[in-house]
Design a protein around this ligand. Structure first.
Ligand SMILES: Cc1ncc(C[n+]2csc(CCOP(=O)(O)OP(=O)(O)O)c2C)c(N)n1
Ligand SMILES: [Mg+2]
Length: 565
């Protein structure tokens, strides 16, 4: 079978064909052979400090480019990406987990080899639970087919997959007669027509239709279709937290984020008062729906996802999400004259921080505007987000970690579509710094604005070393409230305290980057201006906040969660 590529080569070829250009990970002896192949291929290896960092980076990369890859050694590396793979599964991100493993010949007589947990297939069994498809590439006869099957599943379902490469099969040649199948899947034509007819009738009859755009619009690259639908019909559009930024948030028909009773009241009333909610790619999670406080009546809804299409109480089988979306845009839909829609109060903070008109981040904890060291008021969470909002540009991709970084960021106005990344549903801390690495490599034109709490930063913030190594230039804002602030508002105790790092001094250790200590509004303005000008390296802003200060959005959430514990 010499004329065919080796199993390792074929895997690399297929990843490249699907748009992957970088593979994140850390080598180990079980995967060294494949690393050698990778290093001689068109794919670039990105070495992170820790496998979890590689997993989060690959997840962010996959969200932007449509497929990402992480490559690790057996168990000690593989099990470290179990959490990031779980996140990719829960939030629909197509990450290919490639793990090295003991060779098939080494497995005979079940010896105790290093890194083995219980059985040789223990890691594979773990990943079966965390992925949509998996395979051990142990047989050269079927390996190519298995690679195609597994990658197809990642692309079809936008979920992670697992490929295990025993170290003695990497260089074996696969089936020379193998033909890579296309990815095409068709809708059932008649069902599609019937579904579109029902949708047309329902939308045209509706008094106040509204579009609710969610995560799958992003994952399936259907942002243009949603925009066309909105432009053509002038039906207002809201997004969920998971779908945040699928439509540019400055669009005149954009209502804001719908999060049930957790979000802004005007948006909730508009969506829940609608007699036809067109839910596109909607993923009904508790955070998305404001801890199940949302009231969406199926009798008044159209819901299309990659897995299911329902209109009122009817379910249509075999209709692809993409076909339905394209069909919707092509329908004869009534063009609405836009009445009064509850536009989000626009933030009009000038880049220099003044004058402020119509500031939107309403409510929140009363501003304790204590005087900072040099007469400028101390920074508050609310003030921080107002300034960040004015700071965003078309090139910014906002990457928000769990905690007030995420809650505060939901109220930001993202200029362009699809420029907001966050683990808003699975909510694993430690995402943002490594995700910033993945995001910038996936789209080198974008500059990540990484928003991260001090607790989350202590988990994976040292991936700034990876940032330095690959000469990336994110602006990292550490919301330093000396503890697990989000939890303090639900139930406080010494377990929510953190050791106070001097985050702004990390550039000294890393030998790269610029650090800023930020205590006042004036220091914040100066730091943001200088960070923006510093395109040569990363910048880290250590923003010191009062430990109980919080964003208006967290205010809304905390009061709801507190009632549930
Ligand atoms: C990996 C992980 N561990 C624990 C939690 C539970 N948790 C949710 S928010 C939070 C505190 C976050 O602290 P920090 O990053 O400092 O952000 P802050 O809430 O202070 O803004 C914790 C511990 C989690 N979501 N993820
Ligand atoms: Mg904190």
């Amino acid at each position: 079978m010499k004329n065919s590529p080796s199993i390792g080569e074929y895997l690399i070829q297929r990843l490249y064909a699907h748009g992957v250009r970088h593979v994140f990970g850390i080598p180990g002896d079980y995967v060294l052979a494949f690393y050698d192949l990778l290093s001689r291929s068109k794919l670039r290896i990105i070495n992170t400090c820790d496998e979890q960092g590689a997993g989060f980076a690959a997840d962010a990369y996959a969200r932007i480019r449509g497929l990402g890859a992480v490559c690790v050694t057996y168990c000690v590396g593989g099990l470290k990406v179990a959490n990031t793979t779980a996140e990719a599964f829960a939030e629909k991100s197509p990450v290919v987990v490639i793990s090295g493993a003991p060779g098939m010949k080494e497995r005979e007589k079940n010896p105790l080899l290093h890194h083995k947990v219980r059985e040789f297939d223990t890691q594979k069994k773990v990943f079966e639970q965390l992925t949509i498809a998996s395979a051990v590439l142990s047989d050269p006869q079927t390996a190519f087919q298995e690679i195609d099957r597994v990658l197809h599943a990642a692309l079809r379902f936008k979920r992670p997959v697992y490929l295990e490469l025993p170290r003695d099969t990497v260089f074996l040649h696969g089936n020379p007669h193998h033909k890579t199948p296309g990815l095409h899947e068709r809708s059932n034509g008649k069902t599609l027509v019937a579904a579109l007819a029902e949708a047309e009738e329902m939308i045209n009859r509706a008094r106040q239709p509204v579009i609710l755009a969610d995560v799958e619009v992003h994952r399936f690259g259907l942002q243009d279709q949603v925009l066309k639908l909105v432009q053509k019909t002038r039906i207002p559009v809201a997004a969920t937290v998971m779908g945040k930024s699928v439509i540019g948030e400055q669009h005149p028909l954009y209502l804001g984020i719908y999060e049930g009773a957790m979000g802004r009241d005007e948006v909730r009333q508009y969506v829940e008062g609608s007699d036809c909610v067109i839910m596109l790619g909607a993923f009904m999670t508790d955070i998305n729906l404001g801890i199940y406080t949302a009231h969406l009546d199926p009798a008044r809804s159209i819901s299309a996802t990659s897995e299911k299409l329902s209109i009122r109480y009817h379910t249509y089988e075999e209709v692809r999400f993409k076909d339905f979306m394209r069909g919707l845009v092509g329908l004869k839909l009534r063009r609405r004259s836009v009445g009064k829609i509850p536009r989000p109060p626009m933030l009009e903070v000038q880049r220099d921080g003044s004058p402020r008109r119509g500031v939107a981040l309403e409510r929140g904890t009363p501003n304790r505007r204590s005087q900072g060291t040099w007469g400028s008021p101390a920074v508050t969470v609310k003030g921080l987000f107002e300034r960040l909002n004015a700071f965003l540009s078309k090139k910014t991709v906002v990457v928000a970690d769990v905690g007030d970084a995420l809650f505060g960021a939901t109220d930001l106005f993202i200029r362009e579509r699809t420029e907001f990344l966050s683990p808003a549903y699975y909510t694993s801390m430690g995402f943002a710094v490594p995700a910033g690495v993945g995001a910038q490599l996936a789209n080198p034109k974008a500059r990540p604005l990484v928003l991260v709490g001090d607790g989350a930063f202590q988990m994976t913030g040292m991936e700034l070393a990876t940032v330095a190594r690959y000469q990336l230039n994110p602006i990292v804002v550490v919301l330093n409230n000396r503890g697990y602030g989000t939890e303090r508002h639900m139930q406080d105790g010494p377990y929510n305290d953190l050791w106070a790092w001097q985050y702004y001094r990390l550039p000294e250790i890393l030998g790269a980057g610029r650090g800023f200590l930020v205590r006042t509004d004036a220091e914040l303005d100066r730091a943001l201006t200088e960070a923006e000008a510093n395109t040569e390296s990363f910048s880290i802003l250590d923003v010191q906040l009062a430990s109980l200060d919080r964003s208006p959005a967290l205010d809304r959430l905390a009061s709801r969660l507190a009632k549930r514990i």
